[in-house]
Ligand binder design. Structure first.
Ligand code: AMP
Length: 304
């Protein structure tokens, strides 16, 4: 047991095992968890700030979860920088960084997993079979290890947060899920650990993603088909750029169920895109408010 809670001024305690975590969290009070895979950036930091504002103690988990990567994906080359992550957590007043290794999280074959259901088979789940089972399983394990009162997830991964909300509801998990708005870099690209893979020219091409989403949203008063067509026109152009964008999916879906919305849908929907630039796969989304709906107030999860 080597880890103790340290005052925010001297940085967070780093717990590597469940035992270290438990002693670091003794007397923690109201507890917030921010689950991450590390290589932290401004997007993650915005989640930490939300957590800091809502809790006495903030835990950031840093774990590159093998269960959510498919064969041939970027598990081995995923960026890892624990010292840099701990420094950023210190700057955000995080109390504890939980950074277990794979053998600690998965000491044996993970026989029992969380089935993500049909919502987990669409969009990201269709492109990455088994991905959301891996995500929900590690999130459930982290909830049990940390026992947070609330957990903060980014709207950047819109389908993921919808599934985490559904899991906590369906399994009666006593954790409040807080959504953090999608944070963009100054050029408009959604902040992502995977942006580090992009060359300058690839990044230039990748900007077609936020441009397509903006074009889609600008067509919102003409209905769902117009939204899809406007976004697709931008992506079609980007498919001919150098380097080109290879579109994986573009979809306009219900924000809670991730079902594709029909041509007469009104109110809020999520316009989501995934594409490959070179060997890098990127995702992005915006919330769209479709014509003439009186939905009242500012909906949660606006990722404008
Ligand atoms: P990751 O490390 O990619 O697994 O992300 C950890 C958490 O940070 C997830 O809840 C993500 O949705 C969130 N996140 C990542 N990038 C962003 C961003 N650009 N804006 C808001 N949240 C983000």
């Amino acid at each position: 047991m080597t880890t103790t809670r340290t005052p925010a001024t001297s940085g967070p305690g780093v717990a590597r095992t469940p035992g270290e975590l438990r002693s670091a969290l003794a007397g923690a009070g109201r507890l917030a968890l921010v689950p991450t895979m590390g290589a932290l950036h401004e997007g993650h930091r915005s989640l930490m700030r939300l957590a800091r504002a809502e809790a006495d103690t903030v835990v950031v988990s840093v774990f590159v979860n093998p269960l959510q990567f498919g064969p041939g994906e970027d598990l081995d080359r995923y960026p890892r920088d624990l010292p840099g992550d701990v420094r950023q957590c210190a700057e955000e007043g995080v109390d504890v960084v939980f950074a277990p290794d794979t053998a600690t999280m998965y000491p044996r074959e993970q026989m029992i997993t969380v089935d993500a259901g049909t919502m987990g088979e669409r969009l990201e789940g269709a492109s990455r079979p088994g991905h959301f089972t891996g995500v929900l399983t590690v999130v459930a394990k982290l909830f049990h290890l940390v026992r947070p009162d609330l957990a903060v997830f980014g709207e950047k991964d819109a389908q993921q947060i919808a599934l985490v909300r559904r899991m906590t509801a369906d399994l009666n998990l006593p954790v409040r899920i807080v959504g953090a708005p999608l944070l963009r870099d100054p050029d408009g690209l959604a902040a992502s650990s995977r942006n580090a893979y992009l060359s300058a020219r690839e990044r230039e091409s990748a900007l077609a993603l936020p441009r397509a989403l903006s074009a889609g949203r600008a067509a919102a008063d003409r209905g769902p088909d117009a939204v899809r067509a406007a976004a697709r026109a931008v992506l079609d152009g980007a498919a001919r750029a150098i380097p080109p964008i290879a579109l994986d999916y573009l979809a306009l879906v219900d924000t809670a169920t991730f079902d594709e919305v029909g041509a007469d849908h009104t109110g809020q929907a999520c316009l989501a895109v995934a594409a490959r630039v070179g060997s890098t796969r990127l995702i992005d989304n915006v919330t769209v408010r479709l014509a003439a709906a009186d939905i009242g107030g500012t909906p949660e999860g606006d990722s404008s």
